[in-house]
Design a protein. Structure first.
Length: 394
């Protein structure tokens, strides 16, 4: 089976999409398939990989992030699709790449891959507190109409989280299938708690090793609601003489704002990007809890990784991160509510950490798969759809 992914946001300097694409290529090699990634880049060329190749289409730079380029024409992409004649074509965004995949006239099975909800990411973040989530969704009825039209020619719409499947189905998208992401268990697993690393992280927060340590990981973007967590820790520390440190890992377009917010609250340290995945896993295992702010995560990757490392979690009450919550190892707070988050922090830190960690490890073992299991399920879905397509109609 040949799968061609029209991937608008793949970049050699990218993060999550780049990781996912290379996992897909490796899975194709392992399972005997071929994966072809069509991506916009600074020049037209082909890079051969085990399991397939990346076909670059020369395209202009994306103005808001020069690591990426953007398709402005479908002509070359359509030509490549005609040449490759895939069994499955994926449109990996709800924007132009999805439109190209949906409007290609070939006979392949078509899959719309939705790894985000743009209304939740942007409109809920910017307007939800003032207008309410339901009203914002109504105001963006035009977007849901657009998405239903985009969805129409596809045989399936793939999402990574059950909450997103429920949400899209509720707005009229058809053939929505959940294929959960998986975690790299070579890096993220139990038994890595490191007291010396924990002490260094607390020292960076200006606290002794007897204090409590919270960790949050994610790009600096408004949807992550990092100021909510910073404010919550400030409130907690007003009532805790022993102190709670918040250690932030990540970077992004809101970095300056996050630096300013952290400078106003004691015991908050902005560490920036940490590219060493093994070190990130040890940080998770060494924290007293991993706290999360976004209510629109597709899957909640960092939360899933934290559970695999045995870290208790503190999450908002909606989105992919909330799907991982369980009373045995987590606390939940209202999305965007710093007071509620402070209370959730207090509740969790009052509980027995060893019991929380044991329950987190058990939940990870039963609920969270690996990257291999994700692609096993995804490719099995595609094989089933290809077989259905090939069967003669009666």
């Amino acid at each position: 089976m040949k799968i061609v992914d029209v991937s608008a946001f793949y970049s050699e300097q990218g993060g999550g999409v780049r990781t996912y694409v290379h996992q897909k290529l490796a899975a194709a090699a392992r399972l005997g398939h071929v994966a072809v990634i069509i991506a916009p880049g600074r020049e037209s060329r082909e890079d051969i990989h085990p399991g397939g190749k990346i076909v670059w289409v020369k395209a202009p730079v994306l103005p808001v992030d020069k690591r990426y380029h953007m398709f402005l024409s479908s002509t070359e992409v359509m030509r490549i699709l005609n040449r490759e004649q895939p069994d499955v074509v994926e449109g990996s965004t709800p924007w132009y790449a999805g439109w190209i995949a949906g409007h290609w006239q070939g006979s392949a099975v078509k899959s719309l891959v939705m790894h985000a909800d743009p209304v939740a990411v942007y409109a809920h973040t910017l307007l939800g507190a003032r207008l309410g989530i339901a009203r914002v969704d109504r105001l963006f009825g035009w977007f849901w109409r657009y998405l239903r039209r985009l969805n129409a020619p596809f045989d399936c719409t793939v999402v990574a989280g059950e909450w997103l499947a429920r949400r899209f189905t509720g707005f009229g998208l058809r053939n929505v299938v959940t294929v959960p992401f998986g975690i790299d268990r070579a890096h993220f697993h139990g038994g890595m708690r490191d007291p010396a690393l924990r002490a260094r992280m607390l020292a960076a927060c200006g606290l002794p090793e007897t204090a409590k340590l919270l960790l949050t990981i994610g790009r600096h973007h408004p949807e992550k609601r990092l100021p909510v967590m910073i404010s919550a820790v400030g409130k907690v520390n007003q009532a805790r003489p022993d102190g709670v440190g918040l250690y932030l890992v990540g970077d992004g377009l809101s970095r300056a704002r996050i630096d300013r917010a952290a400078a106003q609250v004691p015991h908050v340290h902005v560490a920036g990007q940490v590219p060493d995945r093994a070190l990130v896993a040890r940080m998770m295992a060494s924290a007293d809890a991993v706290i999360h702010g976004s209510g629109c995560e597709t899957f909640g990757l960092s939360v899933a990784e934290a559970l695999c490392c045995g870290a208790p979690i503190i999450v908002p009450d909606t989105g992919g991160a909330f799907d991982f919550a369980g009373p045995e190892y987590s606390e939940v707070y209202p999305l965007g509510d710093a007071d509620g988050a402070a209370k959730a922090i207090g509740r969790l830190l009052a509980r027995d950490w060893n019991q929380l960690a044991k329950a987190a490890n058990a939940a990870a073992a039963s609920r969270i798969g690996t990257a291999d299991t994700h692609f096993d399920r995804l490719f099995a879905l595609y094989e089933s759809l290809v077989r259905q397509r090939s069967q003669p109609r009666t």
